[in-house]
Design a protein around this ligand. Structure first.
Ligand code: ADP
Ligand code: MG
Length: 311
């Protein structure tokens, strides 16, 4: 993206932590270690975990802090090679053929050669990721939510990730000058095949503990009252022990803190919790379960804990 030189890759685990912190990402030591090793060994990092725990964000932060282009392949059911790798620009090719014919060009081979050249190729993320930035650095390739695709696509991906090349029958093989930094994420709606995992370093991104979640809030919602943030973090941590259909992720904690700040709250109270639960919980059954006495009881517990800590 930039013609500014890309910084060198971090040389230590501490440097990885510092780099992520620079992008307002609060990582624990184990994640920083996995990322360090993935960078050092030139292997993709496979991040699995519940929704909203900060998987996608890692790739974004890496691209920003390392001053590299972010190439994102968002996976979905039915994702095909035409959307993931390349496709020929048929309308432009047709037009070119008409123009050539109109100009009296008779040589079919010549026309074919012209229209199957790079100019007529629409490059999709996997092909884009094989090209270096202006500054010569390889990009960060984010393959997001891989669990949404199907197995044939996974098999193809395995091939690309093995030698970072793509073969276009009409053109030949396109190979990356230097391999991109690859981050793969999965929300684990299905298991990813062993063969693909074997190519990668694996890390399970868990919900943060209270201390780390508070540190995340300090960075992401710096204006929030300290007392409010503390109560929110403890409340959400307790909520994650409940039997719910969908537990709140870090994204929801951040949203809730922003929401309550907008409402000028400096601490939690039962009525405000009831009225804003929809920021935290996204299923009516979960909201119905927690609203009222359940939420009030959780809040009392939180307040007692904080009183016990003397804050
Ligand atoms: N460790 C963290 N440090 C800073 N922000 C975080 C962290 N974990 C999650 N977030 C924030 O939570 C939100 C959701 O993260 P995201 O990466 O989209 O989740 P996922 O991809 O796991 O579903 C983002 O706004 C991100 O900034
Ligand atoms: Mg994500």
């Amino acid at each position: 993206m930039s013609s500014q030189p890309a910084p060198a890759l971090p040389a230590t685990i501490d440097a990885v932590e510092a780099l992520l912190a620079q992008g307002d990402y609060v990582a624990d030591r184990a994640l920083a270690t996995s990322l360090f090793l993935a960078l050092k060994m030139g292997r993709p990092l496979f991040l699995e975990g519940e929704a909203g725990v900060g998987k996608t964000e890692i790739a974004k932060v890496l691209a920003t802090t390392l001053n590299r282009r972010l190439v994102r392949l968002q996976c979905y059911e039915g994702l095909d090679l035409a959307s993931a790798v390349y496709e020929w620009n048929y309308p432009r090719q047709m037009l070119e053929i008409r123009l050539a014919e109109a100009a009296g060009e008779q040589d079919r081979n010549k026309i074919a050669q012209d229209i199957f050249s790079r100019d007529f190729l629409i490059e999709r993320p996997l092909l884009q990721a094989l090209q270096a930035d202006e500054n010569g650095a390889a990009p960060v390739l984010l393959i997001d939510e891989l669990d949404r695709t199907d197995e044939p696509f996974e098999a193809y991906l395995l091939e690309v990730l093995s030698d970072f090349q793509v073969s276009v029958p009409e053109l030949g093989t396109i190979k990356a000058a230097s391999a991109p930094i690859v981050i793969i994420t999965s929300n684990r709606t299905r298991e990813i095949h062993d063969a693909l995992k074997r190519r990668c370093l694996y890390y399970w991104v868990d919900y943060p503990d209270a201390e780390r979640e508070l540190a995340i809030l300090k960075r992401k919602v710096p204006g929030a009252p300290a007392r409010l943030s503390q109560e929110i973090v403890r409340f959400v941590q307790h909520l994650r022990n409940e039997e719910l259909f969908k537990l709140p992720g870090v994204a929801e904690t951040i949203d809730w803190t922003r929401a309550l700040s907008f409402l000028d709250k400096v601490a939690l109270d039962p009525e405000t919790i009831d009225n804003t639960l929809g920021v935290l919980l996204k299923y009516q059954d979960d909201i119905a379960k927690m609203q009222g006495s359940e939420a009030a009881a959780l809040l009392r517990q939180v307040q007692q804990e904080l009183a016990g800590l003397g804050s």
